[in-house]
Each structure stands twice: as C-alpha cells, then as structure tokens.
Design a protein around this ligand. Structure first.
Ligand code: B12
Length: 609
C-alpha cells in the first residue's frame, strides 16, 4: 500500500489546483457533462430474484437532476445515467441472472452512453457508505475512458480522504451540496473565473490532495429550483422498485416520486450526518415553487404519491401548514409520506391534521430510544415525554400509518435502558417500529466517540453486524435462515443483568426479539378495525415484496386475515406450511417464541398472552 500524503489547504493548495485544472481541461471549453448514479448494490450482494420482485429502492436521482438544471442553465448539455434504475429494469425484463450479467449490463450502458455523448467530464455520486463498493467499481470502469472524473455526494463528503485513496482515478471531489461549488468550477474550467474563487472542492494529483476550503452552501433562493425531471425517467421508476416505506398502501401501478422542501435539520443527533453535511440551519424552499414542482410531477408524469426527502419536514409549522393547505387548494389529489422521519416535537395537532387533510398516508418519527439518559447523551431534541405526546397525537389520526425509528446499541446502553425503549414503544402504540442496531456513520460525533473509546476501529467492515437493515442488509439473510441460529431463548432480558451492555451478537438477538415483540406480536393484538385492515395491507407487501422468506411475516398475515375474514386463503395457508416445513431456522424460532401454525386452525383467532 502506498503511503498517502496529508491533504494540503489554502495557499499551499491554490497553485497546484490551478495546474491540475489546466491539465485536465487544457481548453477553456465545457459543453457536455454526464452525471452517473451507480447501482445501490455491487454484484456480490445483488439478488436478481429480489430485484425482479421489486424489493429494492429505485429513487429518482434528485440531487443529480438539480445539478443538471444548474449545468444546463450555463449552456452545458447534461445527461444523467441512473445505473441503479438500469439494472433493476433489466432484471425485471429477465436480462440479469447472475453477477456476471449484472456487471455486463451496467458496464455496457456506461460504455454506450459515454461513446454517444463524449462528455467533457463525468460526475459520479455516492450517497451511502453502504454502497461504496458499487461506486468504486463504477469509477474504476470509467477510468478506462480517460475522461476527467468528478465525484460527490454524502458518502464522498463524509469520508473524503479514504475515498480518494480508494478511487485513484477521481480528479476532483465536490463536497457537500453541489449547486454553487459546481457552478463556480464550471466557470473556472471555462476561464471565466480564477481558482482563487473556488471552494468546497478537493483536487488530486497522484497521492496528493488539495483542499480548496470555504463554504459554498446554496442559499434559499439558490436552491429554489425543481430538478430536471425530463432527464431521469421519473414516471417509470416506481414500477421497478420501491420509493419510501409506505408503498404497501398504494394501489398497484401508482407512480411515486420524491420532492425536497427544505434542507438541513434543527436537531444535532450524534449518530446523524445531516448537520455536518447540510450545516446547522434549516433552509427552506418557497412554498409556491414546491407546489409548482408537485403540479409538474402530477400533470406531466402522472405521479400521484410523493415521498418527502426532507430531514426536518415540519420545521416551521406555519410554513408547513401552508404547504399542505396549498396541496389541497391546488387540488393536487396526491398522497404523500414522510418515510425519512419527522421530529416528535412537531407532531402537534395542527400540523398532523393538515398532514392528514393533504393526503399523508404514512409518517415515521425519529424516536430512537425510550430512555432519557440515552436521548440526552445522543443529543436527541426530544424527551420520552415529548415522544409519548407525539404518539398520542398520531393515534388520533387512524388513517395515517405511524411508525418510529428505534436504535439499539448506543455506547453504554444497558439492558434495562433497552427495556425502557421497549416499554415506551408499547405505550406509544404506533403501527410499526423500524429498529436498527446503531450504525456509526463516518463524520458523525458518535463515530469519533466510539473510535476514541475503542468500540470501533477505523475502516470497520461496512457490511458487518452494524449494517444489518435495508434491502441488501443482513436481516434478509436472517429471514432466509442463512444466519446461524444463535438465539435459543426468549428470556434474554432475564438472563442478561439489567446493567449489562450487550455486545454485537447479543444485539442481533435482541433486535430479533424486539422486532417480534414490538411489531408482529402487537399487530396480532390490534383491536381497531381500520388499523387491522392497514396492517393486513402492510403484511401483504412484506410477504410479497420485502420479506418473502420471513415465515413470521407470513404467519402474522394469516392471523390478521383470519381475524378480519374468519378464514384464510387455503393457498396461502399451504404456502405457509411449505415455507415452515423446509426451514429448520424458522421451526426453531417458532418454538422459542411459543408460536404454532396449528393455532391458525382453531375456531378463534390466535392471540398470544
Ligand atoms: C432519501 C434518503 C434515503 C432514501 C434513498 C435515497 C436515494 N437513493 O436517493 C432511503 C429511504 C432508501 C434511504 C436509505 C438509507 N439511508 Co438515507 N437518506 C436519505 C436522505 C434523507 C435524503 C437524500 C437526498 O435525496 N437528499 C437531497 C439531494 C438533493 O441531495 P444529494 O443527493 O445529497 O445531492 C446533493 C449533494 O450531495 C451533491 N452531490 C451529490 N452527488 C454529486 C455528484 C457530483 C459529481 C457533484 C458535483 C455533486 C454531488 O449535490 C447535490 C445537490 O446539492 C439523506 C439525508 C441527507 N440530507 O442527505 C439520508 C442519508 C443519505 N441516509 C443515510 C443512511 C444511513 C441510510 C440507511 C443506511 C438507513 C438505514 N439504516 O437503513 C439506508 C441505506 C440504504 C442503502 N442503499 O444501503 C445517511 C447516509 C450517511 C452515510 N455516510 O452513509 C444520510 C446522510 C442520513 C443520515 N442520518 O446521516 N435513505
């Protein structure tokens, strides 16, 4: 491994950056640019069967579509190549059987597009630390074409030095939000401005990196624009994958897209990278421009459901309410969800009532813990009491499927603190809990705390235990019984002392039990008819789309079906039997949980104690 030189800043960097720019772009000409979204998965984790079923996310490349508008406004012809969409669509059409096909498809698409457009530079995005392997493979392949390579996005910004080491052919990285920094870079390439006026960029030459510091975060008016939807096949994306967590409640064939109404988040939770990336303030787009964007999506692309990309959608209550009222008065007739999470403190009656009126079908609150000490130490802006109040409000709007993000495995979090979280979740009685083992993301305060405490080491395996959720995560391996069935008892809470801080393996077991206790068991006990019907829809989606290998999901669906209709579709019942009979893993788990498929045959619906 080559030794890397430290990054140079300020005046030390300036003259070198100028030379690099002149070498990369000897002529002051910039006419064509290509922007690329890599597949979310690399070939080692991509599962053609799952893709064919439509399990994986297929989000519009919203950020790149915004940048395309910025570039086009300076006369640059820009095209966007969404390789994630291309592999998912190809899979749907039966063209991907294995990893070999997978690589061939995206490589071939890149080659064809590069040869067709002959771009002056290529920009590749990477949003997730979890998808870096795929990003690296795409960048490496682009290296064969000898075209200047720019990289950007959240994961790139958060771990810039390591990523530049891992992607030796990347010439320039654009950090944080790209609108202004990229625009200035374009002007410098065209020699309309000089390198001294650039910022938020890292140039590289061989092993040496040069940081042009400075903040080029767009102001409210600078990002008050709609993305170039015409460049990203926005109308067909949801046909090949999911967009958000509430697709279960949409009619088949509903076209889904995303929209972004503000940037940043008022909270400064230690496990989240948004504040570092977007800065301490929340910046808003104008309500009118957002409504115009929704109207375009509706009228020109047939979109009838929106997932908000915002990190703090409800930040400014009057503004939020006027946005939702505007959706009603413009007669948009769209539904929407906030899969990404809203702050509990803002879940007050006037906001949630305007949400419900304007078509909200699903909301997720960032609860994270039911223990005040954990909430304080992770700088969550809410207390347990605030969270309970938010749940009380949400429970008044039965048409909204309400869920919460929960994290276990905070540093120093004991068994009794986790028990507090379980108790709080039961009291809140929301519809679903999205439980995750803490993922210490690069460039977050908790990452540095854990590094210092020796709880993690730099470069921890990004596919290890800490990244267990998501369509490509380890939870799917659990469902398929691929994970060794360590968990043999339901009594983990009485076996492990209250003050014990669970290790990684114990956390996985606790995760399984919490997921059962807070989700499946509660669903079975649900009394409200409207909720039972919604849960039935939700479970159907889990069984057919997200978790077709989870015998627990199948079983719970059958229980709910029986409660609602007093009978179970015989085909479904026999498919449940078949799944159960062929899985020693699930037989084990059912025994441990005290569940039996035979209960489904009794005259009454099964309700566990
Ligand atoms: C929507 C969203 C999702 C969506 C998917 C979005 C998608 N694929 O497009 C879903 C719900 C699936 C999702 C899932 C997850 N997410 Co998420 N998500 C977000 C969220 C809220 C918004 C992203 C967004 O669209 N922003 C708006 C657009 C405009 O910004 P952008 O794409 O970043 O583009 C701008 C700049 O980055 C830059 N830029 C980007 N690319 C490029 C390229 C070039 C060349 C240039 C010049 C500039 C540039 O310019 C653009 C315009 O300003 C972010 C939070 C955030 N604020 O970023 C978290 C975030 C990205 N998610 C995060 C995480 C952790 C996850 C999960 C792991 C959660 C989980 N535990 O399951 C999973 C991982 C999924 C996976 N594939 O493995 C972290 C990622 C941190 C990290 N280092 O990995 C974030 C930052 C949130 C956080 N709490 O810290 N997520």
């Amino acid at each position: 491994m080559q030794t890397q030189s430290p990054m140079l800043h300020g005046s030390e960097a300036l003259s070198e950056c100028k030379l690099i720019l002149e070498k990369l772009f000897p002529e002051p000409i910039l006419e064509k640019v290509m922007l690329v979204t890599p597949p979310d998965a690399d070939r080692s984790i991509f599962n053609p069967e799952g893709a064919h079923r439509g399990t994986y996310s297929n989000f519009p490349p919203y950020g790149l579509a915004l940048l395309a508008n910025v570039l086009e406004s300076t006369g640059i012809q820009t095209n966007i190549l969404n390789l994630n969409h291309i592999v998912l669509k190809s899979c749907h059409e039966g063209n991907i059987k294995d990893g070999e096909d997978f690589d061939n498809i995206w490589k071939n698409s890149l080659k064809v597009e590069i040869e067709k457009h002959q771009p002056d530079f290529i920009g590749v995005t990477c949003m997730f630390t979890m998808t870096l392997d795929s990003f690296k493979a795409v960048c490496e392949y682009i290296g064969h074409f000898g075209i200047p390579l720019l990289i950007g996005g959240v994961a790139v910004t958060n771990d810039i030095e390591t990523i530049l080491d891992d992607v030796p052919n990347a010439n320039i990285a654009v950090l944080n939000e790209g609108e202004v920094a990229l625009n200035e870079l374009v002007r410098a390439i065209r020699r309309e401005t000089n390198v001294e006026s650039l910022g938020q960029l890292v140039f590289r030459e061989g092993n040496q990196k040069y940081h042009l510091d400075g903040n080029r975060r767009p102001t409210e008016s600078e990002f008050d624009i709609a993305p170039a939807f015409e460049k990203i096949q926005v109308g067909e994306l949801s046909k090949y994958g999911v967009i958000g967590s509430y697709q279960a409640f949409l009619k088949k064939g509903t076209r889904v897209a995303t929209s972004l109404s503000n940037r940043g988040c008022r909270a400064r939770c230690t496990f989240c990278s948004v504040r570092n990336f977007n800065g301490p303030e929340v910046r808003h787009r104008s309500v009118e421009s957002i409504l115009d964007e929704l109207e375009i999506l509706k009228n020109e692309y047939g979109i009838s459901h929106i997932m908000w990309l915002d990190d703090d959608l409800f930040k400014d209550h009057p503004r939020t309410i006027s946005l939702f009222d505007g959706m009603v008065s413009r007669n948009l007739n769209m539904t929407w969800d906030a899969s990404n999470g809203v702050l509990a403190a803002s879940c007050v009656d006037e906001v949630i009532s305007a949400s419900a009126e304007s078509g909200c079908i699903g909301l997720t609150i960032g609860i994270e813990s039911g223990n005040d000490e954990m909430l304080r130490s992770s700088l969550k802006p809410a207390t347990v009491e605030v969270n309970l109040r938010a749940a009380e409000v949400l429970n008044r709007y039965e048409e909204i499927h309400s869920s919460a993000f929960i994290i276990i495995g905070f540093p120093n979090e004991t068994m009794s603190m986790i028990q507090d979280t379980i108790n709080a979740c039961i009291t809140m009685n929301l519809d679903w809990y999205r439980i995750k083992v803490l993922q210490p993301l690069p460039n977050t305060p908790i990452y540095y705390q854990m590094l210092e405490a020796g709880l993690i080491t730099e470069g921890d395996d990004s596919k290890g235990v800490r990244y267990m959720t998501g369509a490509y995560g380890k939870a799917n391996d659990n469902d398929r019984g691929k994970v060794v069935a360590r968990l043999t008892t339901k009594d983990i809470f009485s076996r492990l002392p209250a003050q014990h801080v669970p290790d990684g393996n114990e956390l996985e077991d606790i995760w399984f039990l919490m997921n059962y206790e807070l989700n499946y068991r509660r669903v079975i006990q649900e009394q409200r008819i409207i909720k039972q019907k919604k849960q039935e829809q939700f479970l159907r989606f889990l069984c057919e789309n997200t978790s077709p290998d989870s015998v627990l999901a199948f079983y719970t669906r059958c229980v709910v079906e029986k409660r609602l209709n007093n009978q179970i579709d015989p085909e479904r019942l026999s498919s449940l039997h078949a799944k159960y009979d062929e899985s020693p893993y699930w037989q084990d788990k059912f025994k441990m949980l005290g569940l039996s498929i035979n209960d489904l045959y009794e005259g009454h619906a099964y309700i566990p104690e």
